[in-house]
Design a protein. Structure first.
Lengths: 319, 322, 292
């Protein structure tokens, strides 16, 4: 395919800890097409944030390759130009903004680092345009982050990410710290920007309903492994992996008539430190057998363009 | 005890904070009542006054700068606002207790969980250390933690387990009312499902009434009988789940539902509420929601709406229904 | 909550310095501190004009005199005018205090920030060196330095500066470590900021508060340390007046001639007080969060 923007091959990221190797991301491969949004869902500790940081090279991959427009960017040191093309929007609109900097200083930072603007006037004009783009009134130019509410702060974060006109943006839970009415405003803003400028998003979240709303395709992660991957509509129509099913059924929906068949998972996420071979979900899975705890399941195409890593996916779903 | 079914009744309660920047009108003239064994959801966004309401009931409004400026809080017919500090201390933990949002910070890291539960029991019941420990073990079992883990410290528990311990402490003296302030917000969805399930079970078993403070309309749909929607310190809509979810009246409540991405339907665009929560120091005149309201009329800007009963038990504060 | 300033929109840009000054000038205590400091600095600069006598003029007819119109603060055992000596002493004391502290703070901050930011081996090497430095008594350190470069004001300066390095390094390291894990540091890295950029633009502005507190507390200490070095004959050489050495010399006469202790004592106290008031005010003024 010609319009593949990002291709990730067998990506691994391990961290050394006092107790052993922490397998934060373990053998993940996927592609993202230009102008599309891929959603990455999972619970805390599943490696979704690490995955985003490795792709934009805030962290170095332990193994595996990342291609940006066909060029292998893992084989060379990261350049300023990589930074320009790939940006990130952070989760916490409070801690991701330096409290000592005013709104204009924060938005100016990337422009200054990359020496984009020749003169002070050009810089000011650029900042104003960016603030306008994300819907921040000009009167906030000299305000400090703590004077603004969460939604406006997140708009600053978005303006900062847009300043360098990137092609690919990793959004790490950009709306999970916001109130619902503000969350909807920010989601709409991000969608509008994508339509207007053909951005490619990697949208990391734990919220299934948000990911369904914004993504074209979805990756479900559990303890560093990719357990299911498919188009968004397909995934919600035919949820195949037992973990994805549990995740979906655990969401409390604001609907009082829907009788839910709840699958409550037992136990909690196990440790990703030096995991034994075998399916990492086996300990919490209702369908687990002997095989699951010895043999790591491979990702296979169960339905057209719908990949699942589970030994029993066919029997569970009667395929 | 009494035969009345009314456990908690709040009448015209207002709580303000007196700060240098002006009077923060956090809670303004709210009324609601809670029957024995009932669960009510108190829903609102950041700054709506949910937590202040809870603190008001617990008698824990930080003073200064906060003060209850008017109203009554009747617990089993007795006005808590007239109770002395000592009386309030005896009530807390025994008659009503609170579950906090963050299980990481609401447990003392240097005491074992068993000690922390036993401590609450011994505060309110004349039990020997041994009996208190025994009872603590039973309560721990009740929330699904093996009694052997009593002598472990909070850091040895995961987030969901910690929240179970917090619930155990809240339940230690079998209170009649539990106020849960965003009890599952800090947890993962699958863990949230476990904790909510546990709370539902325990409530059925013990008949405890609960005031559940949350921003999540989904959690309310899952656990509550009644729901009150708060905005800018006021209850703008209140009623049974059916009233509020199926027969939504107030434009703010409608806005909240419109802002939620749906799992069952594919929508192209969300319909958010325009604007922001008003500054509680400088509330708009008339209806506090009017600057954001899609159906705002001239009269909304000057006249404050009053509580109107649109159908039995379903109250709305909006001029359209007056 | 949106504060009034943002609401009514001053779009005009003000520099960081102007902002800070505006906030500082509203703090009455800080302004008092600043005024005292100004008086002290002016005294030091124009000591020749202010002092009625030279600092080393001895008058054996008028030794150990109580304060009078002729000698505002009395005279010492050699008949020298104490007021003049206090006025001249402000030169040495302030000079030694400020220079040694600035030097120590600069080195301490750089090493502390490096240790805190990079962690690991670098951190270990820097901090263990600081521990060793901390373990040597300051007087012994000063003796060592004085014996290599000879006694005098320079060796006192160096000794005081070196001994304040570990304190600064430790405070800055701890503060850096908390700021390092903030998301805005990561955000800056994702924008292409290198380590130097991050330390200067994101770490330092956010750890100023503990540095200022440490500095304002430290300056009093360094004036006193300098005094004890002078007392041992390792610092300022007589007859150069210096508050600390005046204080130690007067010790013998304290019982009968208490005014000899009081004058330099008050001078030291005023300096430290003024610095603390000003330092507290500056710390608050630099924090945009406390903007009223």
């Amino acid at each position: 395919m010609s319009n593949t923007l990002i291709e990730v091959q067998n990506l691994k990221k391990y961290f050394k800890t006092n107790h052993g190797m922490l397998h934060a991301v373990d053998d993940v491969s996927f592609t993202i097409e230009q102008g599309r949004t891929v959603g990455v869902v999972g619970e805390s500790g599943c490696g979704k944030s690490t995955l985003g940081r490795v792709i934009i090279r805030l962290l170095e991959a332990t193994e595996g390759k990342i291609f940006f427009k066909g060029e292998d960017i893992t084989s060379r040191p990261s350049t300023l130009d990589d930074r320009r093309r790939m940006q990130m929007i952070f989760q916490d609109p409070f801690s991701s903004l330096n409290p000592r900097m005013s709104v204009s200083q924060i938005i100016a930072e990337p422009l200054n680092i990359h020496h984009v603007c020749k003169s002070k006037e050009e810089l000011d004009k650029r900042i104003r345009t960016l603030m306008d783009t994300v819907g921040l009134a000009e009167r906030f130019t000299n305000a400090y982050p703590h004077e603004l509410d969460g939604g406006r702060r997140q708009r600053i974060g978005i303006a900062r990410a847009l300043a360098l006109e990137p092609e690919f943006i990793v959004c790490d839970e950009p709306v999970s710290a916001l109130d619902v009415s503000i969350q909807a405003q920010i989601l709409n803003l991000m969608q509008d920007l994508q339509e207007e400028r053909n951005f490619t998003y990697m949208f990391i979240t734990h919220d299934m309903s948000v990911v369904k709303h914004i993504s074209n395709s979805i990756i479900v992660m559990y303890l560093g492994n990719m357990v299911e991957k498919s188009d968004a509509d397909e995934l919600f129509e035919h949820t195949l992996h037992p973990y994805s099913k549990a995740l979906l059924s655990a969401i409390p929906e604001p609907n009082i008539h829907k009788e839910r068949k709840r699958t409550i998972l037992r136990g909690e996420i196990t440790s990703p430190i030096d995991p034994e071979p075998g399916c990492r979900f086996a300990a919490r899975c209702a369908y687990a057998t002997e095989e699951c705890s010895h043999c790591t399941p491979e990702l296979e195409e169960v339905l057209p363009n719908h990949f699942v890593a589970c030994h029993h996916v066919r029997t569970i779903n009667g395929l | 005890m009494e035969t009345t079914k009314k456990l908690l009744e709040i009448k015209d309660l207002s709580i303000h904070y007196f700060t240098e920047e002006g009077v923060v009108r956090a809670v303004n003239n709210i009324d609601f009542e809670l029957m024995r064994g009932e669960t009510m959801g108190l829903v609102g966004e950041t700054g709506a006054g949910k937590t202040t309401t809870a603190r008001g009931i617990m008698g824990l409004v930080p003073n200064p700068p906060g003060r209850v400026v008017g109203g009554e809080i009747l617990f089993e017919g007795k006005d808590l606002l007239k109770a002395s500090n000592l009386e309030m201390r005896l009530h807390r933990g025994k008659d009503f207790s609170m579950i906090f949002q963050d299980p990481m910070t609401s447990l003392n890291p240097i005491l074992t969980v068993g000690d922390q539960i036993a401590e609450v029991i011994r505060l309110h019941e004349k039990l020997s250390r041994k009996d208190a420990n025994l009872k603590a073990a039973q309560i721990l079992e009740m929330v699904g933690i093996p009694a052997e883990r009593m002598s472990e410290y909070p850091h040895q528990f995961s987030g969901g387990m910690k929240q179970r311990v917090v619930i155990a402490i809240a339940l230690a003296c079998s209170p009649k009312l539990i106020i849960a302030d965003e009890p599952t917000t800090a947890l993962d969805v699958t863990i949230q499902a476990q904790v909510l399930e546990l709370m539902r079970e325990l409530q059925e078993k013990l008949g405890t009434a609960m005031l559940l403070i949350t921003h999540d309309l989904g959690v309310v749909a899952d656990t509550c009988n009644k729901v009150a929607i708060m905005y800018a310190g006021q209850i703008v809509e209140m009623g049974s789940l059916e009233d509020v979810y199926d027969n939504t009246m107030h434009p703010y409540t409608k806005g909240l539902f419109g802002s939620l991405p749906s799992l069952s339907m594919k929508s192209k665009r969300l319909v958010p509420i325009d604007g922001l929560m008003p500054d509680p120091v400088d509330l708009p005149t008339g209806c506090p929601f009017h600057p954001r309201c899609p159906d705002c009329k001239e009269s909304c800007k000057s006249r404050a709406p009053v509580k109107t009963e649109v159908s039995p038990g379903h109250y709305v504060r909006c001029l359209r229904y007056e | 909550m949106i504060k009034k300033q943002a609401e009514h929109g001053h779009i005009k840009k003000r520099s960081q310095f102007q902002e800070t000054w505006k906030r500082l000038s509203k703090n009455r205590l800080a302004m008092v501190g600043l005024a005292i400091l100004a008086v002290l600095v002016i005294t030091a600069i124009f000591a020749d004009l202010i002092a009625p006598y030279p600092y080393d003029e001895q008058d054996y007819n008028a030794t150990l005199q109580s304060p009078s119109l002729e000698h505002l603060m009395g005279t010492d055992e050699y008949g020298r005018d104490i007021f003049s000596r206090v006025v001249y002493g402000s030169r040495t004391s302030l000079y030694v205090g400020f220079i040694s502290l600035t030097g120590g703070a600069l080195i301490g901050c750089i090493f502390g920030a490096i240790a805190g930011f990079f962690g690991g081996k670098t951190d270990n090497i820097i901090m263990r060196t600081c521990d060793v430095l901390h373990g040597i008594p300051q007087i012994v350190l000063a003796i060592a330095i004085a014996s290599t470069i000879g006694p005098g004001i320079t060796s006192a300066l160096i000794a005081v500066a070196v001994s304040s390095v570990p304190n600064f390094a430790r405070v800055v390291r701890a503060a850096t470590m908390t700021v390092r894990d903030q998301e805005y540091v990561e955000a800056s890295a994702s924008l292409g900021g290198n380590n130097t950029h991050i330390i200067i633009h994101h770490i330092f502005p956010n750890i100023l508060a503990p540095i200022i507190v440490q500095a304002t507390l430290g300056i009093g200490k360094s004036i006193l340390l300098c005094a004890s070095l002078s007392f041992l004959g390792l610092g300022v050489q007589p007859p150069m007046p210096e508050w600390g050495s005046m204080l130690s010399n007067a010790r013998t006469f304290m019982r009968d001639y208490s005014y000899m202790v009081i004058s330099p004592g008050i001078a030291i106290m005023l300096t430290v007080l003024a610095l603390n008031l000003f330092g507290d005010g500056l710390r608050d003024a630099l924090d945009p969060k406390l903007k009223k």
